[in-house]
Design a protein around this ligand. Sequence first.
Ligand SMILES: Cc1cc2nc3c(=O)[nH]c(=O)nc-3n(C[C@H](O)[C@H](O)[C@H](O)COP(=O)(O)OP(=O)(O)OC[C@H]3O[C@@H](n4cnc5c(N)ncnc54)[C@H](O)[C@@H]3O)c2cc1C
Length: 331
Amino acid sequence: MAGLVLARGLMLRGLRPVVLERAPADATIPGPIMLPFQAYDPLAEIGLLDAIRARGLDIPPFQRGTPVAVGVGRQIVLDALREGVDVRHGAEVVDLARDGDRVVGCVIRTAGGDAQTLPSDLMVGADGARSTVRGLAGFDADVFAFDTAQLSWRSPVVPREPFGIHFLPDGRQVTVVGWPGGAAGGWQIPRLEGGAHEATAAGFDEFRRRFASLVPIAAEPLAAIGPADWFYREALGVRCDRWWRPGVALIGEALHAMNPEAGIGSGLGMGDAQALAVAVARNPGDADAACRDWEHWRRPALAPYLAIGSEGVRVVRGGEPRPEEIWPPAP
Ligand SMILES: Cc1cc2nc3c(=O)[nH]c(=O)nc-3n(C[C@H](O)[C@H](O)[C@H](O)COP(=O)(O)OP(=O)(O)OC[C@H]3O[C@@H](n4cnc5c(N)ncnc54)[C@H](O)[C@@H]3O)c2cc1C
């Protein structure tokens, strides 16, 4: 999403970016995203906010005013963003081309297995928490596993309210997000040595019962699904002090991946992209000056989020959990 917003922002300013995407053109991502308000400005600028909001559910459903977030299909957002963009699908970045210290392009491997070198004025790694570009360009990043994992589910049944949340005593959350295509929920549990096996050992029926007792609007969506719609996920965190080097920059999760419990990752990445598009257009032919401008403007906007971190959203009640608030249950 961050890369596509950057591309649209550059196109708006008369530039011609190319997006390299290793996934094939027909790959789709199921389920919703909770698009946070931080995404509104970047999406409005490229003329997509109203169309995306019209295909989602406002959270909360105000009569007037601006919602805090919009629950919408991830693929709907991606399809809207990529319309008209030169996206080369099946193109995996596997190396960078250099002239001394400067990155001047990249090597891609195509779906057919061929290698091609493409020149660039500025290469932007918007390639997610496991960023290949970050590693190839030699950014010194702190990449770490969070102490919190997510046990989540997807259902085709739309909940009776678009959003529900229950904070556990330690501030972790149990959440449901609705969208016109159904609902998705997540229980933030401690990361487990035994991974998915340990997290799901007590069975889906017990999980469903406890989840719905904590967030009642989950009852109907959960009644319609089974263990095949249930997933254990561990997210990676990323902190990177340096934002760019000559000829190459990082944005979005490649630069600062947060735990999904924060619910704002997409908005922060889109904000990075919008600011970088402005900076590039203001510094024609000078990628380093553009990156410098971008960092000067964007760092103060991002600094509070990075300082507080994903855990900043926790509402800590303290005390002992009630039996139904414990997952996995004691054996
Ligand atoms: C479980 C989960 C739930 C989340 N829920 C929310 C939420 O509700 N709200 C929210 O705001 N955020 C949420 N996030 C975060 C959100 O998904 C990201 O912030 C958002 O996807 C934008 O990230 P990005 O564009 O930086 O990277 P990504 O979405 O990771 O995109 C990176 C892209 O780069 C491509 N790529 C990777 N390597 C290469 C390569 N070598 N060559 C070519 N292409 C490559 C990938 O195929 C991918 O398309 C969630 C994240 C997770 C993991």
